[in-house]
Design a binder for this molecule. Structure first.
Ligand SMILES: CC(=O)SCCNC(=O)CCNC(=O)[C@H](O)C(C)(C)COP(=O)(O)OP(=O)(O)OC[C@H]1O[C@@H](n2cnc3c(N)ncnc32)[C@H](O)[C@@H]1OP(=O)(O)O
Ligand SMILES: CC(C)C(=O)C(=O)O
Ligand SMILES: [Mg+2]
Length: 518
């Protein structure tokens, strides 16, 4: 059971700082949908927007406040009366609300942006917190750009803000400048030096300009910070904020080192991530921790073999625990026999002999060299052909193939066949590359069969999909089908034709459809 001291408050600012990502603006309805998802995720605080920014954002924060019952709803305000009053009005319908007010404390911000003396900044902070406290009993104060502020000045302004009624003190590394040890040291020294520090919850808000937002946040947790401000998918101003999913899973996974936990329902992480990506149009990179499509996918044979034998060899979390259906074995050119056989087993593809498995695996590797990803349908095709090749007499095989097809010119196919152990070469022109290929084969084999059917289907989608060709031939009342598949449909066609011809050369052909009803 988690004690209050061990409890890490998750303050989600996807709808406020996340929305400050250029291009991520959300409508009121979209904010409410995301807020509902955040409630299912069980975040503690939802910062829903900046009510003074526009009438639309005021109404969005108000709509979230009217909707959410199981999280605190927060509105951001500058340290001035108008912003604070707007924030107070927007969050008023919430069963639990918070006003978050901030003012910059770094020398560069105070002098160049606010154009205020440090004493004036303290006065504004105190006045803002005091005014907010009349509207709401839960007040958060942030000294913006704390990461580049003078610690002595921070001590003074924070002590004053707590005296004025701030219940949460949030230390932002607004421009993502701090390094983990330095940021941890800042939190430690502020908490040690400020006499009334224990009257507030300590929070951090880290940006990712140097890719350190999560590391800095976790370093602060070890120094007693008990609220982290973060966003889904790490969305946020410039390079973004600390990613909620990474923070939550780090504390959940490293309980041995991080002395706290959250109340997050982690199985809602992936659905929430997808919703935010869809609404904002900011797609998640494939290798993003936790929520990237590859976060629980394995392609290389050694890893696949390890995971199949014991998941923990290469996984520190369970895909199911963060809302993925399961981990994924992606079959590709780095995959090994064990993963290949395991997926074939799952698909119900059985190999009678080790030689069949080897033949299918060999063909699979050849295909994987040509194709980015191998789908289940590709495996089916590879396995079927491999088994057929092993079981049937393949006295004629395609050794090499080349085809020239140009606008305004007649296509010409050149090929080498191995016929009963001997290599033979031929070329022929045709009405298309497939026709040319079939004519080049006919020239070597003296084929006297009628082509009853030629069909080509793509096995999967994408321009690198395999084409699956079926050829039906008839000779002397006997009908045979041949199949071939390849990412090159002309080669697939030549193989399908040869497959049918091999069957005609043996006794395997069926009698004519007109006589046996096929
Ligand atoms: C680190 C952060 O994420 S901070 C939050 C960033 N979010 C936003 O800015 C929300 C969207 N912003 C807006 O819609 C607008 O900027 C508004 C409505 C807030 C203000 O608009 P305007 O009144 O036109 O002011 P403008 O944006 O041009 O300039 C900001 C003003 O606020 C002042 N200001 C900035 N921060 C603060 C603060 N924390 N407290 C008090 N005043 C502040 C600036 O000094 C400047 O004052 P000036 O007009 O006297 O020079
Ligand atoms: C408003 C504050 C907390 C902020 O977003 C920042 O400093 O980055
Ligand atoms: Mg920020």
């Amino acid at each position: 059971m988690m004690s209050e001291a061990d409890r890490l408050t998750i303050f989600d600012t996807t709808l406020r700082d996340g929305e400050q990502s250029p291009g991520a603006s959300m409508t009121r309805e979209e904010k409410v949908r995301i807020a509902r998802a955040l409630q299912r995720l069980r975040v503690d605080v939802i910062e829903a927007g900046f009510p003074a920014a526009s009438q639309g954002d005021f109404e969005s924060v108000q709509a979230v406040a009217e909707t959410i019952t199981d999280a605190r709803v927060c509105g951001l305000a500058r340290a001035n009366e108008q912003d604070i009053d707007r924030a107070g009005a927007a969050i008023a319908p919430a069963p639990a609300g918070r006003i978050h007010t901030f003012i910059a404390t770094s020398p560069v911000h105070m002098e160049k942006k606010l154009q205020l003396r440090p004493e004036e900044v303290i006065e504004r902070a105190v006045a803002a917190v005091g005014r907010a406290r009349h509207l709401c009993d839960d007040i958060e104060f942030s000294p913006e750009d704390a990461g580049r502020s003078d610690p002595d000045f921070l001590c003074r302004i924070i002590e004053s803000a707590i005296d004025a009624g701030a219940t949460t003190i949030n230390i932002p590394d607004t421009v993502g400048y701090n390094l983990p040890a330095q940021f941890a040291g800042l939190i430690r020294s502020l908490r040690e030096r400020i006499p009334n520090a224990d009257r507030a919850v300590w929070s951090v808000h880290c940006h990712n300009d140097l890719g350190l937002a999560v590391a800095n946040s976790l370093a602060a947790v070890r120094e007693g910070a008990r609220q982290i401000e973060c966003t889904i998918n790490g969305l946020g101003e410039r390079a973004g904020n600390a990613a909620l999913e990474e923070i939550v899973m780090a504390v959940r996974t490293r309980q041995d080192d991080l002395p706290c936990d959250t109340r997050i329902e982690t199985r809602e992480i992936v659905p929430t991530s997808k919703l935010v990506a869809n609404i904002t149009g900011f797609q998640v990179q494939p290798n993003k921790a936790i929520v990237g499509i590859n976060a629980f996918a394995h392609e290389s044979g050694i890893h696949q073999d390890g995971v199949l034998k014991h998941r923990e060899t290469y996984e520190i979390m369970r895909a199911e625990d963060v809302g993925w259906g399961t981990n994924r074995m992606v079959l590709g050119k780095h995959s090994g026999r064990n993963a290949f056989r395991s997926r074939c087993d799952e698909l119900g593809i059985r190999f009678e002999t080790a030689a069949q498995l080897n033949e299918a695996f060999q063909r699979f590797k050849e295909l994987a060299d040509k194709k980015h990803e191998i789908f289940d349908e590709d495996l089916q095709a590879v396995a079927t052909e491999a088994v057929a090749a092993m079981e049937e007499d393949q006295s004629v095989t395609l050794v090499a193939f080349r085809c020239c097809s140009e606008t305004g010119e007649t296509p010409v196919a050149e090929l080498t066949l191995q016929i009963d152990g001997e290599e033979r070469h031929n070329s022929a022109a045709g009405d298309g590359p497939v026709d040319a290929a079939f004519k080049a084969i006919d020239g070597l084999l003296n084929v006297q069969a009628e082509l009853l059917l030629y069909s080509v289907n793509n096995i999967t989608t994408g321009t690198d999909a395999q084409g699956e060709v079926t050829v039906r031939l008839e000779r002397g009342g006997r009908v045979v089908n041949g199949q071939g598949s390849d990412t090159d449909i002309v080669i697939a066609s030549a193989n399908a034709y040869l497959n049918a011809l091999n069957r005609l050369r043996t006794t395997g052909g069926r009698t004519h459809p007109q006589t046996d009803g096929v």
